[in-house]
Design a protein around this ligand. Structure first.
Ligand SMILES: [Zn+2]
Length: 545
């Protein structure tokens, strides 16, 4: 036994055995930072139930085995504190927003901008981190950990770890059928196990990112060319508005009972009522919608390693540009002209490097007037990017009130959150309608089109979920059903059978269609173009142009 000196400040610090501390930390992690996991477990296994009890015993044994394994001198405190901090932060997002922290969510977080991340660091988050992260960590810093002499500790811990693993295994085997069926049916259960799932997925993300460093982008559509100019000789101009966080459910064009699209409703547009997104987060959806791959064939790696729509358009000789008003093009615009409004930070539209979408309209007229030949402009808008919806629209569009005026959604009523979100859609309606007006005003000089698709939708409290980014297999329709708007000028319209086109508006559409529809609008011929995925091809006469 080690003898402790008396009457020094060190003695004021409580002493705790390394195994006892390991058990306390394991208990804390399993039962305090896992509210979402346990609420799902109760729902899926029933309560009270033997399966639920066994699950608790099994998980505690597993976590305890891991903590005891790590409870070696100098490693114990930093390791436990790291686990607790990760668990506290993850618990906040899982418990408050229903977020599942998978690889895509981590990628999205890693690729986000500082101003966007700032909106998530609310007072609620900081309070949560203080209570569930800092306070327990300080307690760990404060205590003095008593370790047994090494050979004795080694033997003792090995026996203990084996016993704990034996409990974990036998509990699992005793109930294998229930657990196997539950895990198969409810993949979201394991996905919320804290901090195991976030750590596992962070490691997967780091490994994948390392492997992606050496990717060489492969060209596609090397044969791309514009088949024939417009008969009138005017340049074809397509504006692609890559929308942000707009869900179809709240578009009045699709039947929402609140008038969120009053201006678009008066334009001669086509609205595709049944359109689904490729992913539920920008980092997935955006590269996917511009890629040649369909959702079924798309992977993040394929997206990175293959040229995309804007590359093919450039290769065909079309002037292609990207205007960015969100969190970046995710690599899509790496090889074309690129403007980032948040970098310019124009004080008329921007605050802290975040701009409302009027910033894009500001330069659009001049850009259109400068068009010399076939051109495509992509505008990646700020749209309805949450949780600070109230920052997305100017005062003039604050029509649905009271609107939630904070990023701390929990401190607003659900109706206030919906009001703020709907105002942001109302503003997008104005932006899109203005783009159309600018194209219409120049019909004597160009054959214009506008195509708008949101990257993903948004949850506004349905089933306790907020924001977006749910794994696709469990994502609610609010996150995957997106608005898709098309406007074509007179000359382009003349080449499309309107009655035929009208009859397709309720057909299932998706991000798979963007690549091919834009190639079709620009009359680009290439072997990677698939008419079956062009939302207009089936109603175009075979002669083309
Ligand atoms: Zn997005």
């Amino acid at each position: 036994m080690e003898s402790l000196p008396i009457a020094t400040p060190r003695t004021l610090r409580p002493v705790i055995g390394s195994v006892t501390l390991s058990l306390i930390v394991a208990f804390y992690l399993v039962f305090v930072t896992n509210m979402t996991f346990w609420s799902k477990a109760v729902e899926y296994l029933g309560a009270p139930s033997t399966a639920l009890l066994l699950l608790g015993i099994g998980l505690f044994s597993l976590f305890a085995a891991i903590c005891v394994t790590a409870s070696v001198k100098y490693l114990t405190k930093p390791f436990f504190i790291l686990l607790i901090m990760i668990a506290a932060a993850s618990a906040r997002f899982m418990d408050t927003f229903g977020t599942i922290i998978d690889v895509d969510m981590i990628r999205n977080a890693a690729q986000t901008t500082n101003s966007e991340a700032g909106h998530l660091l609310t007072s609620g988050f900081l309070t949560h981190m203080f209570l569930f992260g800092i306070v327990p960590s300080l307690l760990i810093v404060l205590v003095r950990i008593k370790h047994r002499p090494f050979p004795q500790k080694f033997k003792h811990n090995i026996v203990l770890i084996l016993c704990l693993l034996a409990v974990f295994t036998s509990v699992g085997i005793a109930n294998i059928r229930t657990f196997a069926a539950t895990l198969r049916q409810h993949r979201d259960l394991v996905a919320t196990l804290n901090p195991a799932a976030p750590i596992f997925n962070a490691v997967r993300y780091v490994v994948a990112t390392g492997a992606e460093k050496n990717i060489v982008v492969q060209p596609i559509g090397t044969d791309a060319r514009v088949i024939a100019p417009m008969q009138s000789g005017k340049p074809r101009v397509t504006i692609v508005v890559a929308g942000e966080t707009a869900r179809a459910e709240n578009f009045s064009l699709g039947g929402y009972d609140r008038e969120t699209n009053p201006l678009l409703a008066r334009q001669d547009i086509q609205y595709f009522t049944n359109t689904s997104s490729c992913g539920t987060a920008t980092a997935v959806s955006l590269p996917c919608m511009f890629s040649v791959y369909t959702r079924a064939n798309y992977t993040h790696r394929k997206g990175l390693s293959t040229e995309n729509l804007v590359d093919v358009l450039s290769r065909a000789g079309i002037k292609t540009e990207w205007w960015e008003n969100n969190t970046g093009s995710k690599g899509i615009a790496d090889r074309i002209a690129y403007t980032s409004f948040s970098d310019i930070n124009d004080p008329r539209f921007c605050k802290n490097n975040e701009c409302i979408d009027d910033v894009a309209l500001d330069g659009l007229g001049a850009w259109l007037d400068g068009v010399k030949g076939d051109s495509v402009l992509v505008i990646h808008q700020q749209g309805s990017h949450g949780p600070a919806y109230y920052l997305r629209y100017p005062e003039k569009f604050r029509r649905f009130t009271p609107d939630c005026r904070t990023a701390e959604l929990g401190s607003c009523s659900r109706q206030e959150v919906v009001n703020a979100y709907d105002n942001s859609l109302l503003y997008t309606d104005y932006i899109l309608s203005s783009v159309i007006d600018m194209l219409k005003a120049r019909e004597d000089k160009m054959a214009g089109s506008m195509i708008y698709m949101s990257d993903h939708g948004e949850s506004l409290g349905e089933r306790g979920l907020y924001l977006h980014g749910a794994p696709y297999f469990i994502a609610p329709s609010q996150q995957t059903q997106i608005p898709f708007v098309l406007w074509t000028g007179k000359e382009t319209k003349a080449g499309i059978d309107q009655a035929c086109q009208q009859a397709t508006l309720n057909d299932p559409r998706s991000h798979d269609n963007l690549f091919h529809t834009v190639l079709g609008l620009m009359n680009v011929s290439t072997k990677v173009y698939e008419p079956a995925l062009d939302a207009l091809a089936s109603c175009r006469p075979r002669t083309g142009s």
